[in-house]
Each structure stands twice: as C-alpha cells, then as structure tokens.
Write a protein that binds this ligand. Structure first.
Ligand code: AMP
Ligand code: ZN
Length: 140
C-alpha cells in the first residue's frame, strides 16, 4: 500500500528502530511509547484488519510479541507486559496497517487501562453468544 506509513517502514523508506524481522513479520520500537521499550509487531503484508491476516502470520505476530515481552521483563527490569491490538477506529486504531502492541509494564508504572465491568440482563449474554457462534460457523 503506497500511502501506508508501516509499509514504508518495512520497505526502509521511513526510518525505524528495528527489533526483529523474518519472512512474515517486522517488529520495531513505537515512536511514542506508553512505557519505554513499547514495541509494535506488524505483518509484512499490508492488512488493515487483524481478521484478514493469514493464520501463520497471526501466529507469528503473537509468538514474536510474547517473546519480546519476555525479553523486556528479563533485560529491562519490567514486571509484566500487555499485548494489545486495536481493530477499527472506534477501538483506537490510528494506523491502518494492523499492529500488535507489546507494552512493558511495571507494578507502579502509573498507567491504567480504563477497564469497566458492565452487567448482563437475564439471557442477554446467551443471546449475544448465539449471534457470534452463528457467524463463526459460517466463517471458520
Ligand atoms: P494505534 O493507535 O493502535 O493505531 O497505534 C499506532 C501506534 O503507532 C502508536 O502507538 C504510535 O505511536 C505508533 N507510530 C506511529 N507512527 C510511527 C512511526 N513512524 N514509528 C514508530 N511508531 C509509530
Ligand atoms: Zn501497510
């Protein structure tokens, strides 16, 4: 994709601090980290949505992301890591080339996910589950 900044990074047309590269994925330092050491793992083939990434590449992204998370724990004194992927603008996706965030975390790093816990009405969870299952049965 000509106008995509992450495709340009893979092609070397925009500079990046590279962590890892293989036939399927490319990993580099996020330019504006949540915590220092924040890395992005991206498929080499342009995909806007995580849902269109082929299984081998998606698996590689997850594996490489987890290994980078472990490296951040062991080598950079972090306690933990989050793997995060925003799929779609409403979910916070800004760059339209799918990317897995590896966010190193410390016990007192001052960063909090704004996580809430809603409650279901009776039968509501099962109703939604049926819709998801029906679509999965068509697609997978
Ligand atoms: P998202 O909001 O999930 O789409 O995340 C996009 C991420 O890309 C943000 O964390 C940005 O800091 C990061 N980013 C944008 N441009 C660059 C760049 N040129 N090099 C490295 N990271 C970038
Ligand atoms: Zn791209």
């Amino acid at each position: 994709m000509d106008s995509c900044i992450f495709c340009k990074i893979i092609a070397g047309e925009i500079p990046s601090v590279k962590i890892y590269e293989d036939d399927l994925v490319y990993a580099f330092m996020d330019i504006a980290p949540i915590n220092k050491g924040h890395v992005l793992v991206i498929p080499k083939k342009h995909n806007e949505s995580s849902s269109t990434i082929d299984e081998a590449t998606a698996g590689r992204m997850f594996k490489v992301g987890s290994q980078i998370g472990i490296a951040l724990r062991r080598e950079c004194d972090y306690d933990a890591f989050n793997l995060h992927l925003a799929d779609g603008t409403a979910a916070g996706q800004v760059v339209n080339h799918a990317h897995l965030h590896v966010v190193p975390r410390g016990v007192e790093d001052g960063f909090y996910w704004n996580w809430r816990q809603l409650k279901y009405e009776d039968g509501e969870a099962a109703e939604i589950a049926e819709k998801i299952k029906a679509r999965l049965a068509k697609k997978l």
